[in-house]
Write a protein of this length. Structure first.
Ligand SMILES: *[C@@H]1O[C@H](CO)[C@@H](O)[C@H](O)[C@H]1NC(C)=O
Length: 249
């Protein structure tokens, strides 16, 4: 089924955030990254502040303390046990098609500042969930299903993934992404089998196809000879191991 999309296909600039319940509240230094448990707290604090609203997390990271605060804390002798500066997170969310930058005080469990950001040029970064959802849309879209049929391809072997729409000097742009689709049938290397001629543009906020063109049909490159995994190479192309064991990490 085309719904299986490897996370590695998603745009490299997507931010991967893991909300893991693992607890670790001790910090070694005020500049240490947020811990998994702090991510969970931040998520809860933000979601409680906007109940029953559609919100998505686009970025969550440490809001670093001011340098002067840090230096003053550092200059105190460790014996006085002066508390470190408060742990804060910078959070960027999309809420009802609006971008908000929040500062969350983690120990006080509250949002201490909220800035509405003018959403020019599609800011903020795309997140994993919206790209995965966008990649699925063509498979419920009649004209795309027809385009695949017209090419004689098995739609269960087609996968689509997100790419930039590019910027051509527009003063204002929407949060859109372009999909390119590939044929994975018979190959582990799907990027060598593009399904060309089809343009799909998705509005990420509406999760809707806003532009669709099927301009030309060209053959999909064949699958034979596209295996690149070292483990599956035959001599003389496979690695000469001379008895050394291969360890995967
Ligand atoms: C299409 O691909 C699916 C998934 O690999 C497979 O189960 C199915 O048999 C294929 N259909 C045809 C007509 O080849």
């Amino acid at each position: 089924m085309a719904s299986i999309l490897a996370p590695s296909l998603l745009l490299l600039f997507s931010i991967f955030i893991t909300f893991s319940p693992t607890s670790c509240l001790t910090h070694h230094h005020p500049l240490d990254s947020l811990t998994p448990s702090e991510f969970t707290h931040v998520k809860t604090i933000v979601e409680k502040s906007y109940p029953a609203q559609t919100l998505s997390f686009q970025y969550v990271g440490l809001d670093e303390p001011e340098k002067s605060t840090l230096l003053s804390w550092q200059s105190k002798p460790t014996t006085t046990k002066s508390p470190p500066p408060p742990r804060r997170a910078l959070v960027v969310i999309r809420l009802n098609k609006q971008t908000l930058e929040l500062i969350v005080d983690i120990s006080a469990r509250s949002i201490i500042s909220t800035i509405k950001v003018d959403n020019q040029h599609g800011y903020p970064l795309l997140n994993d969930e919206e790209q995965s959802a966008a990649s699925e849309l063509p498979f419920k879209y009649g004209p795309f299903i027809q385009s695949i049929k017209k090419r004689g391809l098995n739609i269960s072997e087609v996968v689509c993934t997100t790419f930039s729409v590019g910027w051509f000097g527009e003063a204002k742009t929407k949060r859109t992404t372009k999909l390119n689709c590939f044929y994975k049938e018979g190959s582990v290397n799907l990027y060598v089998r593009p399904v060309e001629g089809i343009t799909v543009v998705i509005d990420l906020d509406d999760q809707k196809i806003v532009e669709y063109k099927d301009r030309f049909v060209v053959p999909v490159p064949k699958a034979e000879g596209t295996e690149y995994q070292a483990a599956n190479q035959k001599p003389p192309f496979g690695p000469k191991l001379n008895g050394a064991p291969v360890v995967s990490v």
